[in-house]
Design a protein around this ligand. Structure first.
Ligand code: GTP
Ligand code: MG
Length: 230
């Protein structure tokens, strides 16, 4: 067993996951896939790569997949819990850099919106959506984090143990915002490391109006609670 585990949620990522798992084999990390019964057979591809898969019956959402994966990682006693997308947007070369900074902060965020970070092949619409979500979250919640929606992260076990992840409610990418909020509320040190996010070359994005709407509603509600001092 390695001291670090990479938790990867998957839904219909058969065409992308193979290359990622191949690259991850070169790193001193264990890998855990949380697959929501992908009809395209993603789970079988992962098993063929010798990787452990938790197969859930139906598509239960990104937040729920991470709660499941993190709970298992905590039970098993890993020191560093890494989260990463399966669609090829997060680069293993960036993970290598992020891992060099383990120990500097309890939460390390792979950030598109710090100096030397960036995006490739994203539409202007997706860029503005991401920048807009970050600006709105920082305006209402004063988190002081440039890329609060990034799903490329390393958590220290001691922090994650104190975060009571079972009570995190968000389902879409708002999960990243809620986890950041909770981490800061628990007094965590948070650092951002520049990454290059590359738009997926295969498969279909799970981003939807409902997922963006969830983020707007939750950020607004948290901002209101903050305003009234709760
Ligand atoms: N297990 C599980 N994984 C999911 C679910 N929704 C998304 N994922 C995975 O979560 C990761 C991020 O999802 P994406 O579809 O890339 O969404 P996104 O990164 O917000 O959007 P894009 O930038 O358009 O790719 C990918 O690895 C997905 O396969 C889900 O309901 N269950
Ligand atoms: Mg993606």
């Amino acid at each position: 067993m390695n001291t670090s585990i990479v938790v990867i949620p998957t839904y219909n990522e058969r065409e992308s996951i193979g290359a990622l798992l191949h690259s991850l084999k070169k790193l001193p990390v264990d890998v855990l896939i949380i697959d929501d019964g992908s009809p395209d057979g993603t789970a079988l591809t992962c098993i063929a790569h010798g990787v452990e898969v938790i197969s859930r019956a139906s598509k239960l959402g990104l937040g729920s997949a991470y709660r499941t994966g993190f709970t298992i990682a905590l039970e098993r006693g890993y020191k560093n819990i890494i989260q990463m997308d399966a669609d090829g947007s997060h680069q293993v070369s960036d993970l290598v850099t992020m891992m060099e900074w383990i120990g500097s902060n309890q939460l390390l965020i792979g950030s598109r919106w710090v100096a030397d970070g960036g995006i490739e092949n994203w539409s202007k619409f997706r860029e503005y959506l991401s920048r807009g979500a970050n600006a709105y979250a920082n305006l209402l919640l004063s988190l002081g984090i440039k890329d609060v929606t990034s799903g490329f992260r390393i958590y220290d076990v001691e922090l994650l143990q104190r975060m009571d992840i079972a009570s995190i409610k968000s389902e879409g990418y708002c999960f990243q915002i809620e986890m950041t909020r909770r981490a800061l509320a628990r007094g965590a040190t948070v650092g951002e490391i520049p990454i290059t996010f590359i738009e997926r070359a295969h498969g279909v994005s799970k981003m939807s109006f409902a997922i963006a709407f969830e983020a707007i509603v939750r950020i607004t509600a948290w901002g209101f609670l903050r305003l009234i001092g709760r």
